[in-house]
Design a protein around this ligand. Structure first.
Ligand SMILES: N[C@@H](CC(=O)c1ccccc1NC=O)C(=O)O
Length: 305
């Protein structure tokens, strides 16, 4: 990483060349187990296969509308046993807010429903149809919808991957008063996320998003949390920030700095750097109960396990 002297307080990414910044925010270029050009298609294929298996083997309700928008749908997957009270695990997929779908994202359904967890895969309007503010509003309303649909839930756990981790983190800033209900949020799992969007403005990932500096700052939980009113979650609500060993140095910095901010504002934050996984198989492996991240999720939902 090219470095030069920085004015005090300036973030390190500002010393990077345009080419280096582009590479730092191209997760597929940090994968060591296959060629960069094969990674995303492999990831989508794995997600599509896991989703087909989930739909074939688990009781489910597909395309449940949580709002009036065409894209405001969710897939709900149920454990075998019929219970009136269960933990709800919501997943927001990644894809830089411009790719990915709920139909390729049900990686974790089999191992989590086997433990009695209801798994919900949420769709939101990716760019160019949706802009970031709209996506944040959509995922926030998906949480409100589920709290209303299952008021006796045993906790709502939000999990997001990459851009989805950003969206989950933005829910920490939600003001529930206008929604008329306070969701029973009991945990956050933020996987390989981005929390300060400013560097992205200077990469090709911004092309379909058209973020200006103020859009990036408004949608950066890293910036907003420091100056936000107390978050709607209590100090006992775990916020687990997770990053893979083979995520880029910038993704590691993003996770580390967001963890530090969460801790500084009094949240029950932890940082987990998972060995031997990259930006993609950290989630692809959620099909397996013995995957470290699956275990982190289960221990967050069932701490006495
Ligand atoms: N163009 C990106 C693709 C990417 O980052 C990505 C693809 C699928 C799911 C999550 C991703 N990361 C961010 O949301 C890359 O070069 O890796």
């Amino acid at each position: 990483m090219a470095a030069s002297t920085l004015p005090a307080g300036e973030p390190p990414w500002k010393t990077l060349s345009a080419e280096e910044l582009e590479k730092q925010y191209s997760p597929s270029r940090w994968v060591i187990r296959m060629k960069a050009e094969e990674v995303v298609s492999t990831f989508v294929r794995a997600g599509s296969q896991a989703t087909r298996k989930a739909r074939a083997t688990r009781r489910n309700q597909l395309d449940v509308p949580y709002g009036d928008g065409e894209g405001e749908k969710m897939d709900i997957y149920f454990p075998d046993e019929d219970s009136k009270a269960f933990p709800l695990f919501l997943f927001f997929h990644g894809g830089y807010w411009q790719s990915g779908s709920k139909d390729d994202s049900a990686f974790m359904v089999t191992p989590l429903t086997a433990q009695g967890v209801v798994v919900v895969i949420v769709a939101y309007d990716i760019a160019p149809k949706g802009a970031l503010d709209r996506m944040v509003d959509q995922v926030t309303r998906s949480v409100v919808f589920l709290q209303r649909r299952y008021p006796s839930n045993e906790g709502i756990y939000l999990c997001g991957h990459s851009a989805g981790a950003h969206l989950a983190a933005m829910v920490l800033l939600a003001s529930w008063t206008k929604h008329g209900v306070t969701p029973n949020l009991q945990g956050f799992l933020l996987v390989s996320g981005i929390y300060d969007l400013e560097p992205l403005i200077y990469t090709s990932q911004n092309a379909p998003l058209h973020m200006a500096l103020e859009d990036a700052q408004r949608n950066s939980p890293q910036r907003r949390l420091e100056v936000a009113p107390p978050t709607p979650v209590g100090p006992a609500c775990p916020v687990v920030v997770v990053v893979g060993q083979h995520d880029s140095p910038e993704f590691h910095r993003q996770s580390r700095e967001f963890y530090e901010t969460l801790h500084r504002v009094g949240l029950k934050a932890s940082l987990q750097e998972l060995p031997d996984v990259d930006h993609f198989d950290i989630v692809e492996n959620l099909t397996r109960e013995d995957h470290a991240l699956t275990q982190i999720i289960l221990k967050t939902i069932f701490p006495t396990l």
